[in-house]
Design a protein around this ligand. Structure first.
Ligand code: AMP
Ligand code: MG
Length: 500
């Protein structure tokens, strides 16, 4: 039984407990260093729901004794924090890229939270580190707003992700294609360990550190693997399963990550490193959201296969610990089935079907094929489908109007109606159920772009409003109907690239 424990919020940051597990791993894993503070920082927004999960008081950003702006702009860490940049390597666009690492991120520490699992806090955009290579260690306002909003939007959708606690801006100039200004996002996750951390120690022939990192991750995040015959292979299998589920989650809402390099893959199966991501507007399976991805390696419909490729890179890295190639491959083996099962479950739920029938696959595929053919908007189609009437006389015009080939839609609708009647239950009950899995609001590129442009002009209110809308993506929010509409024509010319 869960006792409703009233945990009092810490009075000051000095009352927080820091575990800082990663900082105990040793010098081969990171470099300790201080952030380079943003000059004259200003708050843009913070996530009240995340602060509540951390057990912090609601007014933590403004309390005199918390000095939160100084801390999360990189000027003055709180007592107990041990800032460090971690080293990792990885494959970028399918090619071994050598050593990378936190080039503009800084792990502040790991803090205890009332939920039980300690959380790591990390600044992104806090200045150069030994892993910055040619970079300046900064992040521009534009990309920071996108990361902040999408982290909280994905959480609102119920998709595993690193969270965003706070967003701070400054007038500090940052040179990209044009001169922009700097910002820092504070990210929160149980761990920021990536596939690339394991690849680093494997590639550099550091078996002891590879073992240490694996033990660390198993101990904290996969304790159920500890007492199995092959803990490392068991962990790999769990990572494969979580990653498969994450891919199904992404595909179901039309999320495209854009840069699925192995250094952007979380060992916990979280969505991590929001760069040139995008949500599908019109359903286009081959959509490439990253303007820098000329080959379409990370196109929407390739994401599940790319994740599997990345898991092979992880398996390769873990091979010195697992010993036998067969064992490692065996650990990856459930990936395809877990992805397929989860995907089918997600799609069935999106169609409001409770029982699983063999013929459902065809019904789902045929709808997706029609949507692709007519470039129907993914989010709007499924949301309108929530109000589909199974009455024989219904014309279901709102959803029907999304299709160019009305005859083809009508033919599909007859099959869907029959299937719904077979599934039983009322339209009203099904509609409510479907609206809990088919979001009304997603962070379309143009919505982020409007918020960015207003912020660039000095007004951050739109960021805050959008964050609040996206925290409740499944709720009807009549006052925010405009955020649920089709993308405007100008959205088609938006280009999002790796530049951030
Ligand atoms: P990403 O493509 O954002 O996942 O970044 C790949 C690598 O480049 C990571 O090691 C980043 O830390 C590093 N990086 C990206 N942008 C910068 C920057 N402006 N300054 C320093 N390092 C960067
Ligand atoms: Mg990255």
């Amino acid at each position: 039984m869960n006792l409703p424990l009233e945990v009092p919020a810490p009075a000051t940051p000095a009352a927080l407990s820091w575990t800082n597990g990663y900082a105990r791993l040793g010098d081969e894993f990171f470099t300790r260093l201080a952030a380079q503070a943003l000059p004259a920082p200003r708050w843009i927004d913070s996530s009240p729901s995340l602060a509540a999960e951390l057990g912090w008081p609601a007014d933590w950003t403004t309390r005199e004794d918390w000095q939160a702006l100084a801390c999360f702009s990189g000027a003055a860490p709180w007592p107990g924090m041990e800032p460090l940049a971690t080293v990792y390597s990885g494959h970028q666009f399918g090619v071994w890229a050598g050593q990378l690492g936190d080039g503009r991120a800084l792990l502040l520490g790991e803090v205890e939270a009332p939920g039980g699992q300690p959380q790591e806090l990390q600044l992104k955009g806090s200045g150069r580190t030994p892993y910055s290579r040619m970079g300046d260690g900064r992040a521009v306002l534009r990309s920071s707003i996108r990361e902040f909003l999408c982290s909280e939007a994905m959480h609102g959708l119920g998709i595993p992700t690193t969270r965003a606690l706070a967003l701070v801006r400054s007038d500090l100039p940052v040179h990209r294609e044009v001169i922009e200004t700097a910002a820092i996002v504070t990210r929160v996750a149980p761990s920021f360990v990536r596939f690339g951390h394991f690849e680093h120690f494997a590639h550099h022939d550091m078996p002891q550190q590879l073992r240490q990192l694996t033990d660390f991750v198993i101990e904290r995040h996969y304790p159920e693997c500890r007492d199995t015959a092959e803990p490392c292979a068991a962990m790999l299998e769990q990572v494969a399963r979580r990653t498969a589920q994450l891919m199904a989650d992404w595909q179901a809402v039309g999320f495209c990550h854009g840069v699925m390099n192995t250094d952007n893959m979380s060992i916990l199966g979280l969505t991590i490193d929001y760069g040139p991501f995008g949500f599908l507007d019109a359903f286009d399976p081959g959509h490439i959201c990253n303007h820098s991805d000329h080959q379409g390696r990370y196109a929407y419909n390739r994401q599940p296969n790319i994740a599997f490729w990345n898991l092979h890179a992880l398996a390769q890295a873990l091979l010195p610990l697992i010993g036998e190639t067969d064992l490692a491959l065996q650990a990856l083996q459930p990936y395809k089935a877990v992805f397929a099962e989860t995907m089918e479950a997600r799609m069935r739920a999106k169609l409001g079907l409770r029982q699983a029938l063999a013929a459902d696959r065809e019904l789902i595929d045929d709808l997706l094929r029609l949507m692709a053919q007519d470039r129907a908007d993914l989010t709007i189609t499924f949301r309108r489908l929530c109000d589909f009437s199974s009455a024989d006389t219904a014309d279901n015009r709102p959803v029907r109007d999304l299709f160019i080939d009305r005859g083809a839609f009508d033919a599909w609708a007859v099959r869907y109606r029959e299937r719904l009647q077979q599934d039983g239950g009322s339209d009203a009950e099904r509609s409510a159920r479907m609206k809990r899995v088919n979001p009304k609001y997603v962070l379309r590129n143009h919505l982020a772009e409007v918020a960015i442009r207003r912020s660039q002009a000095g007004d951050d209110e739109e960021v805050r409003r959008l964050r609040r809308v996206l925290e409740r993506p499944y709720d009807e929010q009549p006052e925010h109907e405009a955020y649920a509409g089709f993308p405007p024509d100008w959205a088609q010319t938006l280009e999002v690239s790796c530049s951030s």
